[in-house]
Ligand binder design. Structure first.
Ligand code: COS
Length: 381
């Protein structure tokens, strides 16, 4: 297929030559990526292995601690999502699952896990959501209780991506310093910790490893605490500020692929002897898709650039990027399906896959209405 993907954004001043080079190399690497998704656990393991072997997971974690290069993470997710949603997923989870360690971990915590997750030798997961608290993180009820030098974790986490195949989880639990947001703490928990089990595997419309986890007297050593006792909410929010921006980048990748597929379709498909693209109504839709994509990309790389330039918090910018990019990606993909006609809903068609892949992005890591809450608070402050 003729490559119809717009890469002009790579020339934007938000980016440096190193980013442009990274994007070109990863794009070329993805051309050789053909992983069978029949068994998602096996596919994810293979993708982590291959991404790790070829060095692509390096930007997901910094064993020295400190900030990650958010523009690189966004370029990686956008590029991977454009080629293969599961490749994007595996990349993202290595970063989200270890974000608390990179940003808040001790040297020993970082040394124990980050070289392994960056090499693809260990799989990471982020365990925040509970059966009774998704959007309202401060309402989490899972507990962590001091017992001698150890902590004992009791409760449940659900919708945990990589649940079931992860080697390490960053887990948020109530340690009781205060009610609500100020009484949560973060822990790093190895998957083989006694008392941690996978209670249920969850199936979704865009399959990936997902589970409900049970912690039943799960004992971890005192040095499993990440950051300070009672500081877990801020750990979670700081990690989400970074990774919400990357969710927006993944949405952008899906949208760009949808537009590229659509351009191919409307130039090849004939109506009354002329390409579909000659119809003004079709051109109008193409214009809307391209405009939506550029506007979202500007928000994504504005947020990433602000973070990399040293802005202490990008809560508002990340929320704007996530809200807008995920909403427009849904619209763009939907229009791509529409312009493909019957072929758009045919099982196995690229746009049919994108239609399923893009939906969850408006829900996870802060649903669209949570992003509106975050933006409104920033605007009102
Ligand atoms: N970075 C650092 N600190 C932050 C922060 C951020 N992004 N956001 C909030 N905080 C701090 C606040 O400053 C406040 O601390 P102080 O009292 O010392 O000022 C504290 O954390 C509590 O903040 P707030 O009162 O805003 O918390 P709320 O309980 O009202 O929650 C929302 C705010 C709804 C925005 C939050 O719970 C959220 O993001 N929910 C969605 C979570 C999510 O993404 N779930 C999916 C799970 S991951 S797949």
């Amino acid at each position: 297929m003729k490559d119809r993907v717009d890469r002009s954004w790579l020339d934007w001043p938000f980016l440096e030559d190193g980013h442009r080079d990274f994007a070109a190399r990863l794009d070329a690497w993805c051309d050789g990526l053909a992983v069978d998704h029949g068994d998602v656990d096996a596919a994810c393991r293979e993708l982590v292995r291959r991404l790790g072997d070829d060095g692509w997971l390096a930007p997901t974690a910094d064993p020295e601690g400190g900030a990650l290069d958010l523009r690189t993470l966004c370029i990686a997710r956008e590029t991977l999502a454009r080629h293969d949603g599961l490749a994007d997923f595996t990349f993202a989870m290595q970063g989200l699952g270890t974000g608390a360690l990179t940003l808040f971990g001790t040297a020993a915590q970082r040394a124990a896990w980050l070289p392994r997750t960056r090499a693809g030798d260990a799989i990471a997961a982020f365990a925040l959501t509970e059966p009774g608290s998704g959007s309202d993180v401060a309402a989490g009820t899972m507990t962590a209780t001091r017992d001698g030098d150890d902590w004992v974790l009791d409760g449940e986490k659900t919708w945990i991506s990589n649940g079931g195949i992860a080697d390490v989880y960053t887990v948020f639990a109530r340690t009781g310093e205060a009610p609500g947001a100020k009484g949560l703490s973060c822990f790093v928990v190895a998957a083989d910790a006694p008392g941690l089990t996978v209670a249920e595997r969850l199936e979704t419309m865009a399959p990936h490893p997902l589970a409900r986890l049970a912690f039943d007297g799960c004992r971890v050593p005192g040095d499993a605490l990440v950051g300070t006792a009672g500081g877990g909410f801020k750990v979670a929010m700081s990690v989400l500020d970074t990774f919400r921006t990357t969710v927006a980048a993944a949405a952008l990748g899906f949208a760009r692929r949808a537009l590229a597929e659509t351009l191919e379709r409307v130039t090849a498909r004939q109506v009354r002897g002329r390409p579909l693209a000659d119809l003004q109504m079709v051109q109008g839709h193409l214009a809307d898709m391209a405009l939506d994509i550029d506007a979202a990309a500007l928000l994504v790389y504005r947020a990433a650039w602000a973070k990399d330039a040293g802005q202490p918090r990008i809560t508002r910018e990340a929320a704007m990027a996530k809200l807008h990019a995920t909403e427009i990606a849904q619209r763009v993909v939907d229009m791509a399906v529409q312009l493909h006609g019957g072929d758009g809903v045919r099982t196995g068609a690229t746009v049919e896959r994108l239609y399923r892949d893009v939906r969850a992005l408006r829900i996870y890591e802060g649903a669209s209405d949570v992003q509106r809450v975050v933006i409104a608070r920033a605007v009102l402050a």
